[in-house]
Write a protein that binds this ligand. Sequence first.
Ligand SMILES: [Zn+2]
Ligand SMILES: [Zn+2]
Length: 361
Amino acid sequence: MKPDVKAKGTWVHRFSIRFFTGVLTVLVFWLLGFLVQDIRAIRGPNYAVIEKRHLAPTLVNKQEALAKQIADLTRRIKNQTEKQRVLGDSSRNLQQTMTQLLELQKIGMQRNVTFSEREQTNFTNSLNLFLENQKRYQELSRTISQTLEQKQELVREKEQIDRELDLQRKEARTEYQTLSMKHRLRLAFLQLAILLPILAVAAVVIARKRNSIYFPLLLAFGAATLIKVAVVIHEYFPTKYFKYVLILALLLAVARLLIHFIRTIAFPKQEWLVKQYREAYERFLCPVCEYPIRTGPRRFLFWTRRTVNKMVVPTSRRDQEQPYVCPSCGSTLYEECPSCQKVRHALLPHCAHCGAEKEIA
Ligand SMILES: [Zn+2]
Ligand SMILES: [Zn+2]
């Protein structure tokens, strides 16, 4: 096994990689936006059309006709009221004139001056005009009240029709809302039908090529797709559903992480395994069960993980290295090297004498 040394590069390079990963994420996000743009542009239901289908045309026509008539009557009432006001003004004027004439006559009678014929005629004319005005005023009042009655009747009729139309509009609105919701769900479904397969591909590729040097590229691709999917779900599904989708996704992610760590401990990776074996060999303890490796000069000694470095080991040059099996668990700890026929560590990758490499299971 070769030492796995990765070139880290200068900080400028590392920063550039992160920066461009971010840029790539944004670009992929845009691209996905263009992909689903046409779907988003699909027209939804048209309220005007639905309403037209729900409203009875006869009622609508009648309502329009009534509104026109009511407006007409209102205008007429306004005209007549105006005329009445003008008549009223003129009557008041005539009344003043006649009062003045009467005053003059009274003063004349006191001075024994008789009312001239012309003055008499003037007075009579004014009186006639006044009476006629009053008559017309009364007539106008009658007409106005009749028109008002007519108008009120029409208004009542229109209100009745309005109520019926409102009921029909309510049905139209309900149908529109149902159709709108269906339309939105359809849009969401279509967009997800495009995005989810991309996300699945991204997830699979990321999982497979975790150790690839082009991992940042894949990461940008996967992250952008994931964000886009989240945005679409958030936009089209009500918050109450989005909550469940989110918690489900988080659950899956956390469960996946947990499984990863559990597996790391249960099935340690080779480098971790070698590290663990190396430390055990250094302390002359069986890497598998930690039972002391009593071979060579240590054959009659006793030690533990803590005391191993403090003891004095009797040196004896006669001691030859020999193959050794842990008496406790039966693991082969020293064995004959197939290339140099000397004794080597059975659980470390390289032979201490010739450097021959073996696979550590
Ligand atoms: Zn052992
Ligand atoms: Zn060897």
